[in-house]
Ligand binder design. Structure first.
Ligand code: SF4
Ligand code: SF4
Length: 147
């Protein structure tokens, strides 16, 4: 069983179509809505965690894309500016999923984007603006922006 976090973008012409439930019905995937933001008649964005076998997750994503949902991996939306990170550890205790953790061998802070749910907490506490995301603070932004 794997899990993958993705950002789904529903343009106005499809935003009220019930396609997500079919991930469970047709593909037997477990999904968890991490966050949803709707701009009426314009766009909807959902952060979704998908759980299931890798190949079925990919089939589910293909199904969504065939129904005109834009599917973007979260790894494109949350990232760390490596040169800014001084491994102070301030973000680690606040990360709810363990995506940020201290590597006991070298005491450096590692970031595992696969575990990230884009909650934005690390970006709020990082004194060096090393953690970046566009999805939470401006969900309708086009592309990456600085805070
Ligand atoms: S708070 Fe910022 S500088 Fe400190 S470990 Fe986390 S990402 Fe790196
Ligand atoms: S946004 Fe930051 S604090 Fe939140 S899950 Fe991802 S790495 Fe952890």
């Amino acid at each position: 069983m794997s899990s993958k976090n993705v950002l789904l973008i529903f343009r106005s012409n499809i935003m009220y179509k019930p396609v997500i439930y079919r991930l469970a019905r047709d593909f037997d995937l477990v999904f968890n809505i991490l966050e949803a933001k709707i701009l009426p008649r314009r766009e909807g964005r959902i952060l979704l965690e998908l759980r299931g076998p890798d190949d079925i997750i990919e089939k589910g994503i293909k199904f969504l894309e065939e129904h005109n949902v834009v599917v973007e991996p979260l790894s494109d939306k949350v990232w760390r500016e490596e040169e800014n990170c001084v491994h102070c550890g301030a973000c680690v205790g606040l990360c709810p999923t363990g995506a940020l953790s201290v590597d006991e061998t070298d005491k450096k802070v590692s970031f595992d984007v696969k575990k990230c749910v884009a909650c934005g907490m690390c970006g709020l506490v990082c004194p060096f603006e090393a953690m970046r995301d566009v999805t939470l603070f401006d969900p309708f932004a086009e592309g990456r922006t600085k805070y």
